[in-house]
Design a protein around this ligand. Structure first.
Ligand code: SF4
Length: 168
């Protein structure tokens, strides 16, 4: 199974708590003003990679706490990322997924896209919403603008409302 990625970072401390392996998914339709990664917008850009090869790369990183799916827009390639996320969680690592969709928009898309549901279910946390320059705040941990939330997926799904993570 292949996905298109813009790249990876083996050791990041800015894409979620702890040391993290980051996979930057290729392709994004949100086109946020002042996006830091416009090279990731073209869904045909980046490079194709086998998700099993990505899993092997993650396996080699013995010090990481988890893996972050960033972008681009990970939910455009939700099914293969959900499969990869499931394998990564089986290694005892956590998953954070960034998305330009709001949590509320994802709930609307959920019934018509099984992949979105699968990717949500393997994500411990989702950082939601587009980057909005007017709401930029350099003090925020792990996100760029104040509209973005770090959402506890399990609790939010079980309580049918947004529950933000304690470390946010
Ligand atoms: S969602 Fe992320 S990658 Fe996509 S345009 Fe917005 S900031 Fe850029």
């Amino acid at each position: 199974m292949e996905i298109r990625i813009a790249g990876t970072t083996r050791e990041s401390v800015v894409d979620g708590p702890g040391l993290r392996f980051v996979i930057f998914a290729q392709g994004c339709r949100h086109h946020c003003k002042d996006c830091h990664n416009p090279d990731t917008w073209d869904p045909l850009g980046g490079v194709p990679v086998n998700v099993e090869d990505l899993l092997e790369q993650v396996r080699k990183e013995k010090l990481i706490k988890g893996v972050t799916f960033s972008g681009g827009e990970p939910f455009l390639q939700a099914r293969p990322l959900a499969w990869l996320g499931g394998q990564i969680k089986a290694l005892g690592l956590d998953i954070i997924t960034y998305t330009g969709y709001t949590w509320e928009k994802l709930q609307v898309l959920l019934p018509e896209d099984q992949g979105i549901k699968e990717l949500l279910l393997v994500s411990d946390y989702v950082v939601d919403g587009p980057f909005i320059k007017e709401e930029r705040d350099f003090e925020l941990p792990f996100r760029g603008s104040r509209n973005q939330r770090i959402i506890d997926v399990k609790n939010s799904l079980s309580q049918c409302k947004v529950i933000e993570a304690g470390f946010s």
